[in-house]
Design a protein around this ligand. Sequence first.
Ligand SMILES: [Zn+2]
Length: 142
Amino acid sequence: MPSKLLDALLLAMPLSPTLESWRQHLINHLNYPVQGAQSLFIGDPVLVIVSFQHGQAEVLLPAMEWRHHDMQTTKPTSQGVVDGNTGTLEQLLALVEEGIALRLKSFHECSHCGKRCAPEELGSLMGDPTCRTCLKGRRVLF
Ligand SMILES: [Zn+2]
């Protein structure tokens, strides 16, 4: 068999029925926008990532930093893993909720417009946390 075809088959391999049903549940029943396929990016900005692979679902907290007007993605931190055979959807949902709560706690208010922003969306203007939109406005003004 040509190796390219084998690659395609491996990539197209479906998740186990359990993992696939968990994935569908997350896509359809969360009050947040969800993007992605094998890895789900939940929320906008991303609050939590759920990665489906190796027969398990892993919940990850995104770690992004905004430095020098550039978004930097650092390694996400794992919140926990639920095994597709021994775990339950309830365990996965609990991890997702925990992750979202933790992530929201890291949000700060922009000292200029008051919008609550993800840490990577905030810069600083004379020592005050300031969102990207406000910073951009400043740069145009001065
Ligand atoms: Zn602002």
